[in-house]
Design a protein around this ligand. Structure first.
Ligand code: ADP
Length: 292
């Protein structure tokens, strides 16, 4: 983690430091490269690797990809609780910075509220600060959500550490827009909800899909807020940018044999058990429930 955090910081500072970081990344990558056999085995290998190990030794290093509104945050945070690793969402880091009185806030608001991507320099800075804080608190492993979002970010990450597995969540585009527009956040407890009731028929080869709303409890009801970038125009712009900039990241990891494609079959009650099943993690959940 320390090496990752230091090198991301070097990458963020650009210029000569980037060249040095890239050289260091290249040598680290050689030390850390998975064997060809492991890479070929891909995600089953990744899930096998941590099976049966105590949380502190598992150290999973996973990435969640997927369009805005697909539910990366929901499933990544559930898995992070199950596996005892931090869930690190670059969107959350950006929003924390936006909410602060720091010098970056105004600059970020303009970019984020148009649905555009923040510069790599800012993202690497925020991420390396977050990794440093986690390292100081003894964190190990991670589930990254919303990063990497460009091939350049993926290449830099690839140079500094070994990602075990990349989960690519998928959902039809009309549903993604509805889900983003239904997103609500409680301004007091920070929890995410969704007031949209998705009930679309199967047509043109697309599956029917039902997702019940995720409504807030009574004490959150009057404190619901909407993200400034969840308007229809901005959501459509984010989807366009995802297709242009982030879909190539899927190919990047597919070529490495690390991409696990997961079509969401419905809401959390249908999707969560299925996701645990494809990740070989049903036993982990049973153990956790039994211990609770
Ligand atoms: P989404 O719901 O669109 O997946 P996120 O919460 O992940 O949104 O991110 C919100 C915004 O934060 C993005 O639209 C973008 O402006 C910025 N952002 C987050 N992660 C990155 C990244 N890795 N690179 C560039 N910009 C990012």
């Amino acid at each position: 983690m320390a090496a990752v955090q230091r090198l991301l910081r070097a990458a963020a500072s650009g210029g000569a430091a980037t060249a040095v970081a890239r050289r260091r990344m290249a040598s680290l990558a050689q030390e850390q490269a998975p064997s060809a056999a492991a890479a070929q085995k891909g995600f089953p290998f990744a899930a096998e690797r941590m099976r049966g190990l105590p949380a502190a030794e598992r150290n999973v290093q996973w990435v969640f990809l997927g369009c805005p509104g697909v539910g990366k945050g929901t499933y990544a945070s559930r898995l992070s609780r199950l596996l005892g690793v931090p869930h690190i969402a670059t969107g959350d880091l950006v929003r924390d910075e936006l909410a602060s009185t720091g010098p970056l806030a105004a600059q970020l608001a303009e970019i984020v509220n148009q649905g555009k991507l923040v510069s790599d320099e800012i993202i690497f800075n925020l991420l390396s600060k977050r990794l440093k804080k986690g390292e100081d608190q003894g964190e190990s492993g991670f589930i990254l959500d919303g990063f990497p979002r460009t091939v350049k970010q993926a290449e830099i990450l690839d140079g500094v550490t070994d990602i075990d597995m990349v989960v690519n969540l998928k959902l039809r585009e009309d549903v993604l827009v509805e889900k983003c527009l239904g997103r609500r956040i409680c301004s007091q407890c920070g929890k995410n909800f969704n007031v949209a009731c998705i009930d679309v028929k199967g047509e043109n080869g697309l599956p029917a899909i039902y997702m019940a709303p995720l409504l807030p409890p009574n004490n959150c009801m009057s404190k619901m807020t909407t993200r400034a970038d969840d308007t229809e125009e901005v959501v459509r712009n984010r989807l366009r940018i995802y297709n242009d900039m982030s879909q190539p990241v899927e190919d990047f990891y597919r070529d490495q044999g690390k991409l696990l494609e997961f079509d969401l079959p419905g809401g959390i009650p249908e999707s969560w058990p299925k996701l645990l099943h494809v990740l070989n993690l049903e036993d982990q959940e049973e153990l956790k429930l039994a211990a609770a």
